[in-house]
Write a protein of this length. Structure first.
Length: 113
């Protein structure tokens, strides 16, 4: 049986990242997911994708990356690797909805009137 492969899409500094990794899990750091064992294309080909090269430069030596949960758009388990890439986020601010800032409910203080 082949090792699982995940496609993770997340937003970082007005760019959408699409990366592939062997391990994705909830982090012990509250509010983060942990990504390990990044997977990149073969270096032996003559044609090199500049987008994937940028990702390799950024994540190639990273052992583990912690991504805030609110930045994650989607995580898929896939059969085979596609092209990892970084693209500019072209949406408007009102097109993005954030999760609530707190995962726990904080009651409002009662009125003293």
């Amino acid at each position: 049986m082949a090792e699982p492969l995940f496609k993770i899409i997340f937003v970082n500094q007005s760019r959408v990242y699409e990366v592939y990794a062997r391990q994705v899990q909830q982090s012990s750091l509250f509010g983060f997911i942990e990504i390990e064992e990044f997977v990149f294309g073969d270096n032996s080909t003559l044609v090199i994708d500049p987008g994937e090269e940028r990702l390799r430069d950024e994540f190639g030596v990273v052992k583990r990356s912690y991504i805030p949960m609110h930045a994650v758009v989607r995580i898929d388990e896939v059969e085979k690797r596609g092209t990892a890439k970084i693209v500019a986020f072209e949406g408007k601010a009102e097109d993005v909805y954030r999760f609530p800032a707190s995962a726990t409910h904080t009651p409002k203080p009662a009125n003293k009137d």
